[in-house]
Design a protein around this ligand. Structure first.
Ligand code: ADP
Ligand code: MG
Length: 515
């Protein structure tokens, strides 16, 4: 048989040649691993012995892949230097090479050559049969191997396309490993990473996420549950978001492990972030627009204490300039100046807060306080329009958690809508009722009701659509913004259907759990 010996190490090559010649084979040499030589070799030779580390690569396992993709079934033996022992072991476990031998073990190597390409001469029919069956078994194995490789590469492509990566997590040892080699969405799952452990993964996370993720997975282990968690991986200043689900399983020996799948949701998170910004921007514009509608109230709210300050200041001077200055009376006037200056400053602070642009900020606050503040801000407008306010708010209401400015914006929008609706009312008292109460223990309910003309039947469905307005100068954004704000606070906003004339809008918010 003709054997191609693609081995550059002269010592090894000579030894092999001697052995092969002795066994009656013909031997030719190739010293570099060029693909052309290799493909030509398939036509010419009965077997190939290829050095894994042959210069000019095609080296190593690439030979086998190229060979299999050429659909040739020519037997191939990979040999390698002892230094590459670990690599050799791996490829053999994977079944990628027919045989991968230490060149020192020539006897065994030659025996394998016998099995793969048959004895060179003087072979008995019995040996021939054995050889044939081995060879066809080998063919089967190669086919199965090819199918497996195809499936694996397809799965890898699916992973890449769906931006997911699957990995195992050995709970006992803490080791994690990619389920498919082609993965490595996380750097630490990439081949050769020294930190393939769950704590290595936690280290790679954004520091703000670590404690939370650690708590989630510890709880999952404790409760023998699956888990679903999202975190950010920081990789050379780039931040990527991953949603990871872990399914608890057991191996053959009954030890639990997690099969995890991580999906790159960075794009989705970025879009969400952009949307949040755009929404905040629109909400801000709408707030400024709404502020413009009650400037007379605002001006009044600031002017009133300022006028009072002037009056008390004059009085204080008066008490001090008397022949016998009355310090007590002057002090009283001074205290009133301070009180009113504080009031004016508070109004300005509130207006500034409402007119400021920025992303939502979470805090805990009292809804009663916001309602009162809002009614104070709107007081002048309510007064000049002869609107009476009925106000039923319990001060013992639990706090809500969320963005204070946004919730106030909802109240302002609802009350402004009520004020605008009441413009159509001339024959009776104009009234707005604001009610706040706890319902179902965990929820807070706020209702803004007016006795205006109410909402036309065909408009009921469309009220919350952006840009829907029945007003000549309406933006139509008020209710749509209100609804998205309330929804972002895990609540709900709706128009109530009432028997009474007028309109009533209700929003319900979850109440902050007091720890
Ligand atoms: N209290 C109310 N009474 C009657 N109709 C209302 C009331 N509040 C809202 N609407 C109706 O809903 C529409 C949308 O309201 P909104 O989104 O605040 O936009 P805008 O106030 O700019 O018109 C209004 O144009 C009006 O037809
Ligand atoms: Mg409006």
């Amino acid at each position: 048989m003709n054997v191609l010996l693609a081995v550059d190490n002269v010592r090894v090559a000579r030894q092999l040649e001697a052995g092969l010649l002795k066994a009656g084979h013909c031997v030719e040499f190739a010293e570099t691993g060029r693909k052309r030589i290799f493909l030509a070799a398939i036509e010419t030779y009965d077997a190939i012995i290829w050095n894994r580390n042959l210069p000019g690569r095609i080296a190593g396992i690439g030979v086998v892949s190229t060979l299999r993709s050429s659909s040739s079934e020519i037997p191939i033996l990979l040999i390698s230097e002892p230094a590459a022992a670990s690599e050799r072991e791996r490829d053999q476990i994977d079944g990628r090479a027919d045989r991968d031998d230490d060149p020192a073990q020539f006897a065994e190597l030659l025996a394998w050559l016998d099995v793969l390409i048959g004895p060179p001469r003087g072979w008995s029919p019995d040996a021939g049969q054995r050889y044939e069956s081995l060879r066809s078994g080998n063919r089967e194995r190669i086919r199965a191997q090819t199918r497996l490789e195809e499936t694996e590469s397809m799965l890898a492509q699916v992973q890449r396309l769906s931006e997911t990566e699957s990995w195992w997590w050995n709970i006992e040892t803490g080791e994690i490993s990619p389920a498919l080699k082609a993965g490595a969405m996380f750097r630490i799952l990439a081949e050769g990473s020294p930190k393939q452990t769950i704590s290595g993964l936690l280290d790679a996370m954004h520091s703000d996420d670590r404690a939370r993720v650690s708590a989630v997975i510890s709880a999952a282990i404790e409760e023998r549950q699956d888990f679903d968690v999202q975190f950010r991986i920081v990789d050379e200043d780039a931040v990527r978001h991953f949603r990871t689900v872990g399914e608890r399983r057991r191996n053959e020996s009954g030890d639990p492990y997690y099969l995890c799948s991580s999906m790159d949701v960075t794009g989705r998170e970025r879009r969400k972030e952009a949307l949040r910004r755009a929404e905040a921007e629109i909400a801000h514009l709408a707030r400024v627009h709404a502020l413009g509608k009650f400037t007379s109230s605002i001006v009044h709210e600031v002017n009133q204490p300022l006028s009072a300050i002037v009056t008390y200041g004059t009085a204080a001077l008066h008490w001090l300039h008397r022949d016998h200055p009355d310090v007590d009376e002057a002090s009283i006037a001074m205290n009133r100046i301070i009180r009113d200056a504080t009031r004016a400053r508070d109004v300005v602070t509130r207006i500034r807060r409402l007119s400021k642009n920025g992303l939502p900020q979470k805090s805990r606050f009292s809804i009663a306080e916001i309602i009162e503040e809002t009614l104070t801000l709107l007081a002048r407008d309510l007064h000049t329009r002869h609107i009476t306010i009925e106000y039923a708010v319990s001060h013992a209401l639990p706090e809500v958690s969320g963005d204070r400015v946004q919730i106030q914006q909802v109240l302002i929008n609802l009350i402004l809508n009520a004020i605008e609706a009441l413009e159509a009312v001339h024959s009776q008292i104009r009234a707005i009722t604001v009610l706040a109460e706890t319902v179902n223990a965990g929820q807070l309910r706020v209702v803004v009701r007016d006795n205006g003309p109410g909402v036309a039947h065909d408009a009921r469905e469309r009220l919350f659509e952006p840009f829907f307005s029945t007003k000549d100068e309406g933006l139509g954004m008020g209710l749509s913004i209100c609804r998205s704000i309330i929804q972002a606070h895990n609540g709900a906003l709706a128009l109530l259907s009432t028997e009474e004339p007028g309109a009533a809008f209700e929003f319900v918010l979850p109440v902050t759990q007091t720890a």
